[in-house]
Design a binder for this molecule. Structure first.
Ligand code: T4K
Length: 409
């Protein structure tokens, strides 16, 4: 399979058989040891304790606190709910600044609870929230900033801390991509007032659906625990408004099982990322987003940028060609939150331009990674991309011809 060679005429987009029999997905879940999971589920069923702060949830919170060196972990039913609870715990009101180049949940979580997400642009090299842009969109109505550690690379925490301090703003982080990552040797989870994690099925580490708020502030942790459970302090004692953000025992069982395989997942991701990097690094018109290897990384998101003029094909053409080969690359996070509903149709956001976000969301592709890939898959994907690069002009002309034939022009 490693020797896989393909002629451009034999691309599936021109009618040949796809290179892969089964689709290779970005976000294919990493599954730990099944026997270990089944044993935990057996325990859970025997004790008939399925939710509401059961032993697996407590153990998972403890394990995550240890792993991240953080004092409090409050696990939730998903990352979006954790963001909503977090924003309420911090008492955010009015406007909250978020990068536009992120998964739409970062903005929706705020909008959902009646806040106004104010979008700012990102840095073209790192893709992270740009502190200068944060300052540019500040207003008297701003109450907080949600930094995002996009792709598990970390954002400029120190500059955001300075801005937050200077303007008396709350600062929290959407660390949905950054579980088990560090910044300057400090684990993500320890920055801002709190950080939010996602343990969705497609993430590096999953609990089917799940998330967490992590913080070193005991008062914040206490409020978050109450809000996660309808505001119940004890049986029959409701002391605050709350919601149902609880994680189930079966989700926590999946998490505890996943933690046992964490090193294996990181090593697999690192190996795949390096293979992609070595194969694609010198391809004209393709650049691969680096990881800072002095830090701890999960190596989950392998991100490439396509410069159409140099590569010879657009990002969307490359996506179509690879998808036809059953390599299900994704154009995360197209088209940028400010160009999604309800924001793009709202008068509040009229005329909003985010040049870097718009350019990146037209250039970026996420490649498959994780333990679902088998030996040889990455090499085969890279060989296809190399062949496309070498023959981009003929492929482009034939794509145009094929399109013309299909539309009968
Ligand atoms: N903040 C950020 C920065 C985030 O990225 C996210 C979530 C959140 C906040 C919110 O956290 P959660 O509330 O989700 O915990 C996926 C995930 O649904 C989403 O969790 C994630 N970010 C986002 C980056 O990716 P989609 O729309 O790409 O999902 P979908 O269904 O297209 O799945 C992606 C691929 O994964 C599919 O092509 C197939 C594969 N897949 C998926 C599932 C669920 C599988 O192979 N097996 C599976 O079980 O959003």
């Amino acid at each position: 399979m490693g020797q896989y060679q393909q002629e451009w005429k034999n691309l599936a987009i021109f009618g040949a058989e796809p290179a892969f029999a089964n689709p290779l997905y970005v976000g294919r879940p990493n599954i730990g040891n099944k026997q270990s999971l089944f044993a935990r589920i057996e325990d859970m069923l025997s004790r008939r304790w399925l939710s509401n702060g059961g032993p697996f949830v407590q153990e998972l919170e403890h394990r995550i606190e240890q792993l991240l060196g953080v004092q409090h972990c409050i696990v939730t039913c998903n990352g979006t709910m954790a963001l909503q609870i977090a924003a309420r715990v911090l008492g955010l009101e009015g406007e909250v600044i978020v990068p536009s180049f992120t998964f739409v949940a970062t903005a929706h979580a705020l909008e959902w609870i009646g806040l106004t997400p104010v979008f700012c642009d990102v840095d073209p090299l790192t893709h992270q929230i740009n502190p200068d842009e944060v300052e540019r969109v500040l207003s008297p109505r701003t109450s907080g900033i949600v930094g995002v550690h996009l792709w598990g690379r970390t954002c400029d925490v120190e500059s955001l801390e300075q801005i937050a301090k200077h303007h008396s703003l709350e600062l929290m982080f959407d660390a949905a991509h950054a579980f088990n990552c560090s910044r300057n040797g400090q684990m993500i989870g320890n920055f801002g007032k709190l950080e939010v994690l996602s343990f969705h099925a497609t993430k590096f580490f999953n609990t089917f659906e799940g998330g967490a708020i992590v913080t070193n502030d005991a008062a914040i942790a206490e409020k978050a625990r109450l809000m996660r459970d309808f505001g119940f302090l004890a049986t029959d004692t409701v002391v605050s408004v709350g919601t149902n953000g609880k994680m189930t025992e079966v989700a926590a069982a999946m998490g505890l099982t996943g933690l046992e395989s964490l090193n294996h997942i990181v090593e697999t991701n690192r190996h795949n990322y390096k293979e992609y990097r070595n194969a694609l690094v010198n391809l004209p018109g393709i650049s691969i987003l680096p990881f800072d290897e002095a830090e701890q990384n999960n190596f989950h998101y392998v991100i490439i940028e396509i410069e159409e003029e140099v590569f010879g094909l657009s990002r969307d053409q490359l996506l179509q060609i690879l998808n036809a080969e059953k390599v299900m690359v994704r154009r995360y996070f197209y088209p940028g939150c400010h160009r999604c509903e309800p924001y793009c149709s709202s008068s509040k956001y009229k005329g909003l331009l985010m040049p870097v976000t718009e350019s990146l969301s037209d250039r970026v592709l996420a490649l498959p990674n994780g333990t679902a890939l088998v030996h040889g898959d990455v090499e085969k994907i890279c060989n296809i991309i190399k062949m496309i690069s070498k023959n981009s002009q003929q492929i482009k002309q034939n794509l145009i011809k094929t399109k013309a034939q299909v539309s009968g022009v």
